[in-house]
Design a protein around this ligand. Structure first.
Ligand code: NAD
Length: 308
């Protein structure tokens, strides 16, 4: 079987074209402000990449470097500034609970990362709209959303099945259970009907909506399974292990598997091309594009006078 290797950049392209077109139709500029309060060089690098991508689509991107004790007031000031449509903070800043407090200081209608309580609650509870408004879709965090868009591009979602159940019958393994990517992604895919094995360094959990998708949201079950039990039965493998030494054991994979890596490190050897039907080695460009997609959505919500 011929493996199709799809660069994330190619998937991002169609979204970028659409965003660029929409922005030319707006009557005012769209502005994203990001706060760097942790002196993290990789966050600064990420900001540079985001700036370039925003410039291409016509979004004004401004990086503000500040001390961490100024962050809370700066976020509140940005909430109250009508010329700013999206706010981004590079975490960790304080670590732990205080970072969560800052995440909740961002006005949900400017929260391009979908990190405030309202959006997390909606995501985990399988609530798809804001405050019951059918015209206001909830915001999904950028990297999990990017993986979903990658899977849509790979035609994994069955459009003949009602919205919300379109991953029915799919078994997915995610090797990463971080709170920023792996866990939300497992919840989102299970809420869409998949059976998801969520692997981390300690154990494997099953996220699913029951054998007949009878539950309204996913539940989590402990398992005593090992990687060698879940890989051979998975239609899709998604990896995010932040280690240059880690490799997925390719001999355990199903023929024709779809393999997606979101880690900065390479998690699959080139041999994956002998097993997979589709391989997406990186998704960073899709993530920065989803950030802009969230921003435009929030811009429209604001323009229509929907700030709470
Ligand atoms: P993290 O360190 O918070 O989480 C790593 C996860 O991998 C944990 O759940 C851990 O248990 C699991 N893990 C580590 N080693 C493992 C092993 N040997 N077997 C099974 N599970 C193992 O990291 P993170 O913030 O989730 O980021 C992960 C990677 O994704 C990093 O490389 C990061 O740079 C990248 N990332 C990419 C994007 C993007 O848009 N492409 C966005 C965010 C993060």
């Amino acid at each position: 079987m011929e493996c199709q290797v799809i660069p994330g950049a190619r998937i991002a392209e169609k979204f970028l074209e659409e965003l660029t077109k929409q922005i030319t139709e707006f009557d005012s500029q769209v502005k994203l402000v990001s706060f760097l309060a942790n002196n993290d060089p990789s966050a600064e690098q990420y900001a540079e990449v985001t700036k370039k991508s925003c410039a291409r689509s016509g979004i004004v991107f401004e990086l503000r470097k500040i001390g961490r004790e100024e962050l809370e007031d700066a976020v509140i000031a940005a909430n109250n500034d009508d010329t700013i449509h999206g706010i981004l903070v590079y975490y960790p800043v304080f670590g732990g609970g205080h970072d969560q407090y800052i995440q909740n200081c961002v006005n949900p209608y400017k929260d391009v990362e979908g990190l405030c309580h309202l959006y997390r609650f909606n995501m985990y509870r399988n609530i798809r709209h804001i405050q019951g408004r059918r015209d206001l879709k909830s915001i999904i965090p950028c990297t999990p959303l990017a993986v979903i868009k990658v899977l849509e591009h790979c035609n994994v979602y069955d459009n003949d099945v009602p919205y919300g159940n379109q991953l029915r019958g799919k078994t997915i393994t995610i090797i990463n259970r971080s709170e920023v990517v792996g866990r939300p992604l497992a919840a989102l895919l299970a809420n869409d009907g998949a059976k998801v094995f969520s692997v981390d360094i300690n154990d494997i959990l099953l996220f699913y909506r029951g054998p007949d998708l009878e539950l309204s949201k996913y539940k989590v079950q402990d398992t005593d399974k090992k990687l060698e039990d879940v890989l051979p039965i998975s239609d899709i493998i998604i990896t995010g292990v932040p280690s240059s030494n880690y490799r997925v054991p390719i001999d355990l994979l199903k023929d024709g598997v779809i393999a997606v890596n979101f880690a900065c490190a390479k998690n699959f050897d080139d041999e994956i091309k002998t097993k997979a039907s589709i391989f997406v080695p990186t998704i960073g460009k899709v993530t920065t594009t989803m950030l802009q997609r969230n921003l435009l959505r929030l811009y429209k919500y604001g323009t229509y006078g929907r700030y709470s």
